[in-house]
Design a protein around this ligand. Structure first.
Ligand code: PEP
Ligand code: MN
Length: 341
């Protein structure tokens, strides 16, 4: 249920929050531009009892939330949300450009990658330390060592870092050394992992499963948010279709569809969507034009020598060109890229 408050005063809101708890529901206070609302989440079967709260002072209305996802829904928060990642803003006009290699391979490689993406105009660094590979014989990532190298590279170039966490056991270490968790496509419905990052204070970059619907993506975001972490960025990274010319099919419509249903920012990953470096820039342009809140692009100093995803990784000069090409589009779409000082 949504409890719409007529007062924004802390003590008035607190009174209702206490009452919601007494009913056995979890209150999530959302302070919007216009008004404060309290989302009461919990057992759906008994929710009608909460309508009694309408008799409390400063409660304007108690309304049911119609969507199965609640905290992620626009019903609960009509205005777009801004997520902050180590000082960089994403959403509501703030566009993020995340660049970096698929995997962290060595100190020299990640340092060079960070320099390249920073100079090109990216504002965040990516790099996988724990890699979910289709084959157990493929490079599995440098793991904890990779995480430390990524952290060091991010600090050296003033770029917040995002990296994949593959299981619950890795959460504390990734939380300590990264600015943002990445939940990979293969783990989008790993509910134990979603709950674990939901208990963290670090933001989460949630990638859509390659065989997941938009509704399922939002339900996964809800898992994270319902544990108390409201800082979720959604990522469309291509879905599996009958088409074999590309690695996946970029569902560009997911951007306006998601914007209709959720206040959370939505980022496009044209690298995993296409699988070919020469498709990445056109799809990045499409992402901006569709209204996305950012892009995540794989960039490697030497794609031909990459340990993973070389064919879809951009060479440094191609990434420079990509950013050059999207700048005028960003202006048209009234998006700003913020940089750390
Ligand atoms: C990645 O970002 O390198 C990755 C493995 O992505 P996805 O989970 O979308 O396949
Ligand atoms: Mn990759």
């Amino acid at each position: 249920m949504i409890i719409v408050m007529s007062s924004r005063k802390k003590e008035d809101v607190e009174q209702v929050v206490q009452k919601v708890k007494e009913f056995g529901y979890r209150p999530h206070v959302i302070e919007g531009v216009e008004r404060t609302i309290i989302a009461a989440v919990g057992d759906d079967r008994e929710k009608h009892r909460l309508t009694a709260l309408e008799s409390m002072p400063h409660v304007e209305q108690v309304l049911p939330i119609l969507k199965a996802y609640k905290l992620a829904s626009r019903e609960v928060r009509p205005e777009p949300t801004v997520i902050e990642v180590g000082g960089v803003k994403i959403g509501a006009g703030h566009f993020c450009i995340v660049g970096g290699p698929c995997s962290v391979e060595s100190e020299a490689q990640i340092m060079e990658s960070a320099r390249i993406v920073k100079e090109a105009g990216a504002n965040m660094l990516r790099g996988g330390a724990y890699k979910p590979r289709t084959s157990p014989y493929s490079f599995q990532g440098l793991e904890a060592e990779g995480l430390l190298l990524l952290e060091e590279a991010g600090k050296a170039f003033g770029l917040p870092v995002v990296t994949e966490v593959m299981n619950v056991e890795q959460v504390p270490l990734v939380e300590e050394h990264a600015d943002m968790f990445q939940i990979g496509a293969r783990n989008m419905q790993n509910y134990g992992l979603l709950k674990a990052v939901g208990k963290s204070s670090k933001p989460v970059f949630l990638k859509r499963g390659m065989m997941s619907t938009i509704n399922e993506l939002l339900m996964s975001a809800e898992y994270i948010m319902s544990e108390g972490n409201p800082n979720v960025v959604l990522c469309e990274r291509g879905i599996r279709t009958f088409e074999t010319e590309t690695r996946n099919t970029l569902d560009i419509q997911a951007v306006p569809v998601l914007q209709k249903y959720t206040h959370l920012p939505i980022v496009i990953d044209p690298s995993h969507a296409s699988g070919h470096w020469d498709l990445v820039t056109p799809m990045a342009r499409a992402a901006v034009a569709a209204g996305a809140d950012g892009i995540m692009v794989e960039v490697h100093p030497h794609p031909e020598a990459a340990f993973s995803d070389g064919p879809q990784s951009l060479k440094p000069e191609k990434f420079v060109n990509l950013i050059r090409e999207i700048r005028p589009l960003l202006e048209v779409m009234k998006k700003e890229v913020t940089y750390l000082p």
